[in-house]
Design a protein around this ligand. Structure first.
Ligand code: COI
Length: 356
């Protein structure tokens, strides 16, 4: 159990008004959580302090070799005023998996959860209540040793910041257009594709700019070896409903094991929908789009929740997903997942953790 010191800000900000659209990731709350690590000493000095800039050496290793990890989860406000977290254990488990992959010391799971709860509790007034909004929680760890050699750092900073957010995509729940990348790749098996670390996201920027310039919201990645099998969208995992079966790429080591991805699979199986986690090639999707059996496509992610996909572009081929509207399974998943998150639908899976 951590002994977390709490220092309350003397200059609280004005809370965003009810009409603020809470553009994703632009507003930060009054406080943040910090904890240091040093080899031989372990994790120490857990504290909640006013949100402020960090004081780091320009030589801090994170700036040079990118030894950092992050997570993303959300807190929700229920109608009766409780604050809920959705499956934080899965994020914490994945955080330590990322840590092991990139030589960052693990954080005991109960300490990680205690840290999240402490900072969320401190800024509980910032959890927005309007439909479609939540408090995005961004835990991350950075390597702080002032050293230019390449090796794991001896010192780290674990930080949690909070941001009240609306929809991740400006489209909201309206279907997004996705660009299928055939030039660059995001990750390969054996690399760091399944770790939640900034390097995977910087690798995606060039393609994302290209996709945006062409009018597409996001990039869908193909595998790095054959450039044929579908991987993920970067900010979300991807699902295809073809001829009645829900198909998503298997966790092959190069894609992120999404918490929402897992929740979608659990729900679809409960609803009696045939589901498959397997290799799925872009040719299979193209053929399904051609013969009319591509019934629905959606992405899943903490930030994105469920994001229906209305159109996919692969080389010069435009694949229209049905009439480009929100498919019935996408809508049902969105309603069910957000219903559970907001405490409006009974949590029969033990996914909800109350912040108290
Ligand atoms: C999340 O969904 O929480 C993510 O981490 C995606 C992020 C790149 C916005």
């Amino acid at each position: 159990m951590l002994d977390i010191k709490i220092e309350i800000t003397k200059n609280p900000k004005v809370l965003p008004g009810a009409d603020n659209p809470l553009k994703f990731g632009t507003i930060f709350t009054d406080h943040m959580f910090l904890m240091n690590y040093e080899t031989g000493k372990g994790w120490y000095d857990p504290r909640v302090i006013p949100y402020q800039p960090l004081n780091l050496e320009p030589s801090a290793m994170v700036f040079h070799y990118g030894q950092e990890m992050f997570e993303g989860l959300k807190a929700y406000k229920t109608g009766d005023g409780r604050t809920l977290l959705f499956r934080p254990d899965k994020n914490i488990e994945r955080a330590n998996k990322t840590n092991r992959r990139i030589c960052i010391p693990e954080i005991p799971e109960e300490d990680f959860l205690q840290a999240i709860k402490a900072v969320v509790k401190t800024d509980e007034a910032w959890v927005p209540t309007k439909e479609g909004t939540s408090l995005y929680i961004r835990p991350f760890i950075i390597a702080t040793d002032p050293f230019l050699g390449v090796k794991p750092s001896e010192r780290y900073l674990f930080i949690i910041i909070l941001s009240p957010v609306g929809a991740y995509y400006p489209e909201g729940l309206n279907p997004v257009k996705i660009w299928i990348e055939d030039e660059y790749v995001r990750a390969v098996k054996g690399g760091i594709g399944e770790a939640k670390t900034g390097a995977n996201y910087v690798a995606s920027l060039k393609s994302q700019v290209k996709a945006h310039d062409e009018g597409y919201s996001q990039v869908l990645w193909l595998d790095g070896v054959h450039r044929k099998y579908i991987e993920e969208v970067g900010a979300m995992n991807i699902f295809f409903k073809i001829n009645g079966t829900v198909i998503t790429p298997e966790l092959n080591g190069s894609i992120l094991p999404g918490v929402t991805r897992d929740s979608v699979l659990v729900l679809c199986r409960e609803w009696g929908l045939p589901t498959e986690e397997r290799k799925i090639s872009i040719d299979e999707v193209y053929e399904a789009a051609q013969n009319g059996t591509l019934e629905e496509v959606w992405g899943s992610g903490t930030a994105a929740v469920i994001s229906p996909v209305g159109q996919l572009r692969w080389e010069d081929n435009i694949m229209q997903v049905q009439d480009g509207g929100i498919g019935p399974i996408s809508q049902r998943l969105y309603d069910t997942i957000t219903g559970i998150q907001l405490g409006n639908i009974e949590d029969t899976h033990g996914w909800i953790v109350e912040v108290n």
